[in-house]
Ligand binder design. Structure first.
Ligand code: SF4
Length: 765
């Protein structure tokens, strides 16, 4: 089997091999090439092994002391943090205390039982004192070692290097290095898998192994990954001869051999595997070839510390690395020390480190690179130019298909959410043109009042900072408005020019279906003609259940009692796996769809929403948009689509460290724009929530496919309860001013998007 794979690969023409590998790389990673901005911490350069190519390991007589001190470790880490690094890479010799008395003495003196014990303390110090995430390369370890180090590192690494036992024989580069026996290293890689440690491994090629032996090593890695799923990355590192080593006269690995092995790795390990080659071990002109061969990651690159393993080869500056990556038609993005797929799946991260990882990343598992936070009212970090320049052919093709009226698939939409650079601008500009073509330039808004009649709720949605469990809640004052107060607030709303009251609340233990009917009566008693926009799908299901009515019958009774339209909230993300994590006891995807379908069948229009940026992924966003679109095609009952970026600060799920800190600005902008593209032409109105986005954010969304600013609200409380700082109301004058800032007219509308004349305000039902 192994021989067959080798023969097949070896018989292929290099260009054909590279072409197949390149296609597979693009399939798995698109144009994205990642790197980790890191500092290199050489904790000890003493090692019990004596590999012939190594300049890193040295003799006690050649170092001032066996280990870096805590202060030295922290000084390196702090310098890295100041330079924007996120990874502290601990690389060190293997088990030096087994060979050197000075290492044993130093460990004894500092009260550590072993080098691994010292590594643990130093990684903990970095975690305690800086924002860096440690990645550890301590050499051969067993199950208990991995278990002990997992709480202080987000990932670890051990190179397999080779499958060739020959290289450990006398005269070979690994002679005298017990830790380099392939079987010993495979056992260590396996132990990492059992401990659920995201692991970087790889090959060192050009040290005397054959091509076939490389294929054997790659297949071993593939099989270990198939068993444990823990290989986050495979490095294909080329040998370079170094002065002062026994292999100083050995030839460097030729570029073609490196390309062949990278391509072989890609074909053996598959499209999804992250394949790395260091960017500092060839002439920079070869970097494009490495990418074409199958590389999708440059590994750790440090703006602060040298590559202590290859001290003769400086890392390219990050500017230069970006230029070279872009020249190869790829996009360079920063990653954390833990690969994006593992960062997104909390099972791979020790519970003590999960909050740090989740709070740093976006919906791809890559670090957010600006400090914009939804709900905080900060300025937007960048703006879109109407003249965006050249986008990628792939995104342009998808935009052409939208323009031709094609329905995009889940994979197509997911691809759009991955957009970077000029692709973002192309998507936003396409959405803006489509908005202009569909609904014109008017920026609409509705004058309404929010009435959240109670924040006491039986449910425990993890993203909700609004609800309180009971009157005695310790999380802030709980309240329940009586019907008189609801009536009073409704009358006041009319007096203040509102055409709509928007009513929603928690599921109070005393509420049943009659309560909702009584709420409607209370409003109708004081504001007979106001538009009543009320009751989330959860409230509707609760009301129907408590009265023993079908959804259709309960909705008919609500309509008869004066209900005009329903909010499409409680949708969150229409994906069962996400709902299980964020709101397990709430309505299911099917129940939400059923309420919307029944409302539409009853002649009650609704809105549709999405709440994104917590534990969700781009494929979930795509699924959500397709659910909403499909239902709209079926019923035509949605008036608008409202993206609601997750405001995290006061929510239980975030405080417990189990959710991201809301979407990034890039993601938020894309959600508004892509909603326009996917829902065109069936839902013509895309709304931005000024409560979440603030005025500046709302203005930016108006230039990326949005045509509506929603309601003035008067008494917004739900987002504020989650930690939002954008205020309780945004009056008509502010709406008009906001539209004017981008040269667009503002129009007051009714809930159902009829234009309201100022003299008719308050008369729309
Ligand atoms: S989101 Fe609604 S149902 Fe969930 S806890 Fe908050 S108020 Fe209750």
């Amino acid at each position: 089997m192994t021989t067959d794979i080798f023969r097949q690969l070896d018989s292929m023409n290099l260009d054909d091999l590279l072409e197949r590998s390149s296609a597979l790389t693009l399939l798995g990673h698109g144009r994205t090439v990642t790197y980790s901005r890191k500092v290199f911490i050489p904790l000890t350069r003493l090692c019990r092994d004596v590999c012939s190519y190594c300049t890193f390991a040295t003799q006690p007589s050649r170092v001032e002391k066996p280990f870096l001190s805590r202060e030295e470790v922290l000084a390196i880490a702090r310098a890295g943090e100041a330079a924007g690094c996120r990874e502290a890479l601990f690389t060190l010799g293997d088990n030096p205390e087994a060979r050197y008395a000075v290492a044993r003495d130093a460990l004894n003196e500092s009260g550590h039982s072993s080098t691994l014990d010292y590594v643990r303390d130093m990684a903990q110090a970095v975690l305690d004192e800086t924002g860096l995430l440690p990645h550890l390369n301590p050499g051969i370890m067993g199950d208990q070692d991995y278990v002990a180090l997992r709480p202080v590192s987000v990932s670890m690494g051990i190179m397999l290097e080779t499958s060739s036992e020959r290289l450990s024989e006398r005269g070979g580069p690994h002679f005298g290095s017990p830790d380099k026996l392939p079987g010993v290293r495979i056992a260590a890689i396996e132990a990492a898998g059992r401990a659920k440690v995201p692991l970087t491994t790889g090959l060192l090629i050009g040290i005397g192994e054959t091509r076939e032996e490389r294929v054997v090593a790659l297949i071993a890695i593939r099989d270990l990954h198939a068993r444990y799923g823990h290989i986050q990355e495979v490095i294909i590192q080329n040998f370079r001869a170094k002065d002062d080593t026994r292999m100083a006269a050995h030839d460097d690995l030729p570029l073609e051999e490196h390309l062949w092995t990278i391509a072989a790795a890609r074909l053996i390990l598959g499209a999804d595997m992250s394949v790395q080659a260091p960017p500092n071990l060839h002439d920079p002109s070869a970097l494009g070839d490495l990418l074409r061969a199958g590389v999708n990651d440059w590994g750790g690159v440090s703006p602060v510390t040298p590559d202590h393993v290859n001290p003769e080869a400086a890392w390219p500056s990050l500017d230069k690395l970006e230029r070279l990556t872009v020249a190869a038609d790829r996009v360079l993005l920063q990653r954390l020390a833990v690969g994006p797929r593992y960062a997104m799946d909390v099972d791979w991260i020790d519970p003590s480190l999960r909050p740090r990882v989740l709070r740093a990343i976006d919906g791809r598992g890559l670090p957010k690179t600006d400090d914009w936070v939804v709900g905080e009212g900060k300025p937007v970090p960048w703006t879109i130019s109407p003249d965006a320049g050249k986008a990628s052919p792939e995104v342009l093709a998808l935009l052409d298909r939208v323009a031709d009226g094609d329905l995009l698939s889940e994979a197509d939409i997911t691809r759009l959410f991955q957009a970077e650079g000029q692709d973002i601008a192309a998507i936003a500009n396409a959405a803006d043109s489509l908005r202009q073509e569909t609904v014109g330039d008017a920026v609409t808004y509705v004058i309404n009042r929010n009435i959240n009649y109670t924040n006491i709720c039986l449910y425990k949605c993890g993203f909700c900072g609004f609800s309180k469990g009971s009157i005695k809640s310790e999380r802030g004052p709980a309240y329940k408005l009586d019907f008189d107060e609801i009536g009073l607030r409704s009358r006041e709303a009319v007096e203040r020019g509102a055409t709509e009251v928007c009513l929603q609340g928690g599921i109070h233990p005393s509420y049943d279906g009659n309560t909702y009917l009584d709420v409607l009566k209370a409003v109708r008693a004081t504001a007979p003609s106001i538009h009543i926009h009320a009751f989330s799908p959860l409230e509707v299901t609760h009301g129907a259940r408590t009265l023993g009515l079908s959804l259709m019958d309960f909705l008919a009774r609500l309509k008869e009692a004066g209900l005009s339209t329903l909010p499409g909230t409680a949708a969150e993300i229409l994906a069962a796996d996400v709902r299980k994590a964020i709101c397990p006891d709430k309505v299911s995807v099917e129940e939400w769809m059923d309420v919307m379908r029944a409302a539409h069948a009853n002649g009650l229009k609704t809105t549709a929403t999405i709440m994104f940026g917590h534990v969700d992924e781009y494929r979930h966003w795509a699924q959500h948009l397709l659910h909403v679109r499909a239902l709209q095609v079926e019923t035509g009952g949605f008036t608008e689509f409202v993206p609601l970026p997750f405001v995290h600060m006061e929510t239980p799920i975030w405080r417990k460290g189990r959710a991201r800190s809301g979407p990034s600005y890039r993601e938020t902008l894309l959600m508004h724009a892509i909603a326009r593209l996917v829902l065109h032409p069936v839902i013509p109105n895309i709304q931005v929530s000024w409560v979440k986005m603030g005025p500046e954010g709302a203005r930016a969304m108006l230039q990326a496919g949005v045509n509506d600013l929603g309601g003035v609200l008067m008494d917004e409380s739900i987002t504020r309860a989650a930690g939002g700082k954008n205020g309780q109301a945004f009056d008509a004058a502010q709406m008009i001013d906001l539209a004017a800032q981008i040269g667009r007219p503002a129009r007051q509308r009714s809930t159902c998007y009829d234009i309201v004349q100022p003299s008719l305000a308050g008369e729309y039902a």
